[in-house]
Design a binder for this molecule. Structure first.
Ligand code: NAD
Ligand code: AKB
Length: 314
């Protein structure tokens, strides 16, 4: 039976990952943790207030619960990291190295996500290969490339079973996104329902990879349960479900809300980040090495997002 410590568990991914893990492995075997607390979450299973930049605290909690795995999610996302680069470095790199050290000392399996943000303007933009040029121009991207290399290093140097994916922009209705460039693809659904209109801060014809949260959570489980001997890459697997620009979301939403209108008021900072990322990435290494697959395309996701948000807002 698995025993897993999840950091950053109250965030967009963690809040859904913890629920799925508790269903799969038993509530008492999943220890949620975050720098903040949440009474409702604390009542559903073990939960600890943990600042990942505190190495001793992370070690003590992992030891106390005798976990065999850390899923490390605590981080600052791209737009916030660009606004607070030094804080991003301290959290994104400091938290990661602390997690890897705990995994090394206690011989734990370790998962952490990288991002399409690990690519940059020199990376091939279409069908971006698994192994390619990575010269990101954002602090978030610098953190993600360094993190991918650090996870590889801990595997090769110390034998820590590190695994990870490069997530695209994730779309979900349960917990709002934490300050990224792809957040528009979540906001658009809320505004479509509330105002029948959305002003996009990302320009028309700007393509980025996206994925619906249930597929993103399943990918973690698929990868962590995969046969280790099949994994040639281990960390930073490209995974994607959808390549879309703002107008693609508009067309899909209009199938359900015909009066929905879209306008543009481009934010130069997030637009520049978006333009430095790929249009679409190639997930073939993940498919080959651990049978990565998704269930949701943009049409199926849009239908469910609109239904779930409508039910939630009632
Ligand atoms: P999020 O911003 O929604 O959640 C991050 C959580 O970390 C928050 O609950 C926050 O309270 C917590 N946190 C902040 N500082 C902390 C600290 N010092 N100690 C402990 N917890 C702290 O982020 P997310 O979207 O859930 O992302 C999780 C991971 O997935 C990150 O590494 C992110 O880069 C990566 N990722 C996310 C996406 C996406 O679209 N959501 C895409 C690619 C990669
Ligand atoms: C962000 O926009 O920062 C994230 C990501 C793709 O890493 N959603």
């Amino acid at each position: 039976m698995k025993k897993i410590l999840v950091t950053g568990a109250l965030g967009q991914i963690g809040s859904e990952l913890v629920t799925t893990l508790r269903e799969r492995y038993g509530a008492s075997n999943i220890i949620g943790s975050d720098i903040r607390s949440n009474q409702a979450e604390m009542e559903k299973g073990p939960f600890e207030v943990l600042d990942v930049t505190n190495a001793d605290e992370m070690f003590e909690i992992a030891k106390k619960y005798e976990v065999d795995t850390i899923m490390h999610l605590a981080a600052l996302l791209s737009a916030k990291a660009e606004a607070m680069p030094k804080k991003a470095w301290d959290l994104n790199m400091g938290g990661l190295v602390n997690g890897l050290e705990v995994a090394r000392e206690l011989e734990l399996q370790f998962f952490t996500p990288s991002s399409i943000g690990a690519f940059g303007p020199l990376t091939p933009k279409d069908n971006t290969p698994q192994d390619t040029i990575q010269r990101p121009t954002t602090m978030y991207g610098v953190n993600k490339v360094a993190g991918e290399l650090l996870c590889d290093y801990y595997y090769h140097r110390f034998g820590v079973d590190t695994r990870g994916v490069r997530y695209p922009g994730l779309i979900s209705y349960l917990t709002p996104p934490g300050g990224g460039t792809t957040d528009y693809a979540v906001e658009i659904y809320y505004k479509a329902i509330k105002n029948k209109a959305y002003t996009s801060y990302i320009a028309e014809n700007t393509y980025m990879d996206m994925m619906y949260m249930p597929d993103a959570v399943n990918a973690i489980i698929q990868l962590m349960e995969a046969d280790s001997s099949r994994l040639e890459h281990r960390n930073a697997f490209n995974i994607s479900a959808i390549s879309a620009a703002p107008e693609d979301f508009m067309y899909e939403i209009q199938k359900h809300i015909p009066e929905f209108k879209m306008s543009y008021d481009v934010d130069p900072i997030r637009q520049k980040i978006a333009e430095s990322w790929p249009n679409s990435i190639d997930s073939s290494a993940a498919k080959k090495e651990w049978d990565f697959k998704v269930e949701y395309d943009i049409a199926k996701m849009t239908k469910e997002m609109l239904e779930k948000i409508t039910a939630k807002e009632l």
